[in-house]
Ligand binder design. Sequence first.
Ligand code: MG
Ligand code: MG
Length: 248
Amino acid sequence: MINLRSKREIALLKEAGHIVFLTHKYLQPHIKAGIKTIELEHLAENFIRSHNATPSFKGYEGFPYTLCISINEEVVHGFPSDRVLENGDIISIDIGACYKGYHGDSAWTYAVGDITDDKKYLLEHTEKALYEGIKAAKVGARIGDIGYAIEKYAKEHNLGVVKELVGHGVGTSVHEAPDVPNYGEKGKGPKIKDGMVIAIEPMLTLGSPDIYILDNDWTVVTEDSSCSAHYEHTIAITNDGIEILTGE
Ligand code: MG
Ligand code: MG
């Protein structure tokens, strides 16, 4: 079942989304060579809890951390650890926060110091693919329109689309119906209705989009070790238009 959210609920989802946004902003100056990713984890968890919210991912289906931190060829669901960030890395940070029972979910990929032109290209166009998907979201359109827009943009820019992982509805659970794939056909999939709240989250690769999961049963990496980027916003779609709940 796809939940449709009232104005009151969307206001709460926006508060949760804002905490996620603020957490990203808070972490940014710390994302530099020499920091251990577990330090980012601790900063984020304390920050979220200091805003009377709880980390959405910690304990979710057994995921052990507040942040998903995925570096270079890691796509999503990486574990914070004693790994030290190095100049030239790209780091995807996925953050979820729950406030008064409602969730926000947003991921962003950051450059650590100076990165190669290839990596810059990947970041720039994965972020743009996210906004192509957001542009396709409107009342009366279909979920497939969103995936179509993302996939088309990715193909035009020679980037791989990871298909095993998808966006999703967001509400009183961090993952709800419907699935929001990053590929699809125009006019296919569930109809978008007033009050739908979804996370759109392209995961694009410089090489093959094929993936596998590491022995920790969580971390998703590209099969060919090519770099991957991940950009995600939670948005509300109403008759008034769309609102990015995890943005500025
Ligand atoms: Mg996320
Ligand atoms: Mg998500």
